[in-house]
Design a protein around this ligand. Sequence first.
Ligand code: ADP
Ligand code: MG
Length: 690
Amino acid sequence: MTEKKTHMLSEAEGYSLLRKYNVPAPVFEIVTSPEDAAKAAEKIGYPVVMKIVSPQIIHKSDAGGVVVGIPDADGAKAAYEKIITSVKAYNPQAEIKGIIVEEMAKKGLELIIGGKIDPAFGRVITFGLGGTMVEFHRDVAIRLLPVTDDEIRSLIRSIKGYTLIKGYRGEEPKDEEFLFNTIKNACTFFETNENVVEFDINPLLLYEKGGSAVDARVIIQDEPVALPIHYNPEKIVPLEYFKPAAVAVIGASDDKTKMGYAAFRNLLQFTGPVYPVNNKREEIQGKKCYPSISAIPGPVDMVVLTIPAKFVPSTIEECGQKGVKMAVIITAGFKEMNEEGRALENKVVEIARKYGIRIVGPNCLGLILPPYKLDTTYVAASPLPGDIAFISQSGAMANSVVGMSLTKGHEFGFSEVVSVGNQCDLDYLDYLGYAANDPHTKSIILYVEEIKNGVAFMEMAREITKKKPIIAIKAGSSKRGQAAAASHTGSLSGSYEVYMEAFRKCGVIAVTTVTEAFQCAKVMGALKKPLYGKRAVVITNAGGFAVLSNDYAELWGIDIVDIPEHLIEEMDTFLPPFWNRNNPVDLLGDADEARFRGVLDVLTREENETLWDIAVIITFPNKVLSPEQVGQVLIDYQKKSENLIVGCFIGGDCLQPGVDLAREHDIPVYDELEFVYRTLGLMTKNIVRK
Ligand code: ADP
Ligand code: MG
């Protein structure tokens, strides 16, 4: 968004505006002399509050511009002088428009309701503990507009200070219904006033009955705020663009240090014709080389470009004449570099549009679709086919993840790997669209630095997550480099918090590490039905891990449920007399396969499946029970149950045969207990129902 002219409404104007939306505010009068101040106060009724009115003074208390509890006429006159003197000392340039004399509201819980515009996600509403200590508390939460009533209610309950609203230590509860209505009214105010860019009501005083705004700051823009665009399915590139019949690499090379070498080598796996283009060579990597794209006899519908940036526009022109549909431009040196590069990129886009060529990149690693043996990138080794789509805003990250996926004994496969680069044409949404419609993809992982069209992203993601999980690693949570904090809504929640809220709202699972992302993707890909709850049963032969399970589960918000007494009694009939009769079920160190199966028979019986959502089976190296036996138990009961069953083999390489067996059957397995609960916790964080 470009900078538009804005101005701040006075507190009085703010009150008048908010009152139209049923937000109560004090009675007030603006005065310009001590005598008038006393007269106004008399009319309003003592005690009164007096505050500076100046467009330059945003934080009135900081400027000594607020006097509360004025008891009489002398007090009002004195306050007038005091405020003027302090404000002049604080900012000699400030234009003093007068002083507002207002009704002094009785003491209450000080809250903040604020609003701001996020350039990618649109209107954001902030709510939390307010007053002059707002920065100190930093207890705020946000919602993106439009909001539902449920979202407003959960917003209220999500702050730590909710305890104070509910009534802390014998105090009467505050008027939550009034608060709910006021937030809702503030949202309506924000949505219907298209010129409001930012506002805050700080504080809103909340009482046992009702409440009142006692400060209002509203920032208005001269023209209506430009909101982010909505999702338009027609804008998404059709799937067939990703299904070329023939591919050419322009800039293919025999020099192993060049990108054109690896890109061509990786493409050689492709089942259709692959042509090297290079005007200096007859042959490249054993294939006949062509001096230009037009010299290739057959049709070509996809090209990969590794040539220097300055040659890209003319080459795209040639590709257009050849009938190419998609160009993967790996080359860097465009918009990310300088203005010249930006101009070059615009030119490329212009030419591509003329011919209807769609572009991946530029300045990217490229695109890999392992199920189709299509690898347009220069990765050291192509990934295996699988069911995870990985869409990355970093080429290096994509490279690393591909490398990790090939680690011996821990291999996993992909349905799509793409580094989006500069997104001059195809963007995040296009690759997401591919993953959503691609039959090979079961789960989608995003590495996100910035999403420009956040609203469209959310609208799209909300639909996708009903069918396939989306997991996002979002960079940029640190405060470093962010503008110095000022006491207003704009800085109370940074853009990271907005992303987190956007993800929550559209069902995207936010994680912080690559490992978490892949673990979530694997588990979610293995689900037979969506997870509606986070109730776990834990079955183990390892007492220590039973104890630790309680700790980790609590840490990550997983509920270890009580097993009903009649089922415990049933388990008594086949378990040794000293078993713990509790969840986690500790089958004791000498447990054989039969004990595991016995307990699982009870728990997976149809009527008992509704008691839990997740079963965690944990084992350790021992002589009674082989890892393969545990692997087989996992396989058998995963077949039997609709619920999620995960395994945890703690004890290193000697347990690998069990791990391998379970993995072959797509059962999520772990070698570290904390990861089990962490993954489950991340996956189920936004599940409200138990
Ligand atoms: P600032 O510009 O510093 O945010 P405020 O108008 O919020 O100034 O006033 C500072 C504090 O004074 C408020 O947080 C509140 O505690 C108190 N206050 C202000 N106006 C009133 C009022 N009308 N009734 C009661 N308390 C008030
Ligand atoms: Mg204030």
